[in-house]
Design a protein around this ligand. Structure first.
Ligand code: UD1
Length: 423
């Protein structure tokens, strides 16, 4: 329950290395379960969520070890097929072990995730997909029990291009008998990364990164060494922070093609953007201009950068409108931004952001990973000293953020919580 203390008003300048993607690494770690042996993932971010996935895999019997940003997952000891509530509660993404467990063992018992701070987040699309392939589910005492003695390829059209459902179904379909087609599939770069690793492991997949993924099942998978794709959300967070502070940063290892719309919006807001083979440079000299944006599945504007973009636009000249289309309650952090002097009103899934000249430091809290990042951006841009409570949320998705911001000239440090946690 630590807090971050930020002295605002200093432009971020310099170069920062972008880590491997959280949303890829978690799935790749789960995918290792498909093969019997040791898979090695390079460029894995050492963040709380990856440490939770480490615990999930260890609970199943895997031997997981870390050496810097390289994680080895040895699945030879995996015999258990249950993921307990304590772990799913810490991180909903724990449920991505469902697909590989069904594929390899024909059964799994996984705690049902509850709601979270950005919406209710069902997993019905995951389950419908598995059922189409022949899996059967029972639900009792908060646990889902899956039985699938054999999986058969099927034609599955998702109601919504869900990232998690696409990945979970993909990881089961690679081991099904026959052909599976996932239509209206999510197209995120992290899904392409997962498909690349699965293909290296022996899977037959075509069309990953498009809306129709075709999978020919196979029954033999080998352990592999794979490098996690760079984190476009982390890169976008640093890019927006640079713009909000009137600075300029080089995002080493960032892929401009994964950030197309984000960089275009930052340009529209008055930012300077230059893409290179080895990274992206982003800066802003003037006060940002208002821009409207709408979150959508990839290649739309990522919902995971919506809070950070709102923080930037809260100090823009003019009024912006943000529309959140992916999660139902992803504006809850707005009250925290308004405590810092922002003028944002929300109505359903729209937010009207009237830009103010300056934000003023105030005690605030991080409500989730990305809302926490937005509060840090607001604090970096604000006058005075902001204290951000509940920084453990930020640690779930960003490795060593204060050291990396300090390297860019920010004044940020961590302190113990002022008050002990209530419960
Ligand atoms: C992943 C990312 C998260 C990101 C999100 C959208 C990980 C670990 N997390 O989450 O950071 O914000 O993609 O880009 O990769 N839905 C259903 N039924 C389902 C599945 C999803 O109704 O079975 C709904 C959700 O409630 C949500 C929307 O679909 O409103 C998008 O969810 P989804 O794409 O599945 O997100 P996640 O995979 O959970």
């Amino acid at each position: 329950m630590e807090r971050l203390v930020v002295e605002g008003g200093r432009p971020l300048r310099g170069s920062v290395r972008v880590n491997g993607a959280k949303n890829s690494a978690l799935k790749l770690m789960a995918a290792a379960l498909l093969a019997d042996g040791e898979s090695v993932l390079e460029n894995t971010p050492r963040i709380l969520d990856c440490l939770t996935m480490t615990e999930v895999l260890q609970h199943l019997g895997a031997d997981v070890s870390w050496d810097g940003s390289t994680v080895s997952v040895d699945t030879r000891g995996v015999t258990a097929t249950e993921t307990p509530y304590e772990l799913v509660r810490k991180m909903r993404a724990s449920i991505v072990v469902l697909g590989p467990l069904i594929a390899r063992f024909g059964r799994a018992r996984v705690a049902m995730p509850g709601g979270c701070n950005i919406g209710s987040r069902q997993i019905d699309l995951h389950l419908k997909g598995f059922e189409r392939m022949g899996a059967e589910f029972t639900y009792e005492h908060g646990y889902l029990e899956a039985k699938a003695p054999s999986l058969t390829g099927a034609s599955i059209t998702l109601d919504f291009p869900s990232v998690g459902a696409t990945e979970n179904i993909l990881m089961a379909a690679v081991a099904a008998t026959g052909t599976t087609v996932i239509d209206n599939a999510a197209r995120e770069p992290e899904i392409q990364d997962l498909a690349e690793m699965l293909v290296e492991m022996g899977a037959h997949i075509e069309g990953a990164g498009t809306t129709a993924i075709e999978i020919q099942g196979t029954d033999s998978f080998r352990p592999v060494r794979h490098r996690v794709v760079s984190d476009r959300v982390e890169a976008g967070t640093f890019a927006i922070a640079a713009c909000a502070t009137g600075g300029e940063v080089f995002l080493e290892g960032a892929s401009a093609s994964h950030l197309d719309l984000v960089l275009a919006k930052l340009s529209d807001a008055g930012g300077e953007v230059a893409a290179y083979d080895d990274g992206v440079r982003v800066g802003m000299e003037e006060r940002p201009r208002a821009v409207d944006f709408v979150t959508l599945p990839y290649p739309g504007f990522p919902t995971d950068l919506q809070p950070q973009m709102m923080a930037l636009l809260s100090i823009a000249s003019g009024t912006s409108i943000a529309t959140e289309n992916v999660f139902e309650s992803r504006f809850m952090f707005v009250d925290e931004l308004n405590r810092m002097g922002a003028d944002i009103r929300t109505e359903g899934h729209h937010a009207v952001i009237r830009g103010v000249e300056r934000l003023s430091a105030a005690p605030v809290r991080a409500l989730d990973i990305r809302a926490g990042a937005a509060m840090i951006i607001a604090a970096l841009a604000a006058d005075g000293r902001t204290e951000i409570a509940d920084v453990h949320f930020v640690d779930r998705g960003y490795e060593d953020l204060e050291a990396r911001l300090t390297g860019l000239g920010a004044e940020v440090h961590r302190e113990p919580a002022r008050w002990p946690a209530l419960a």
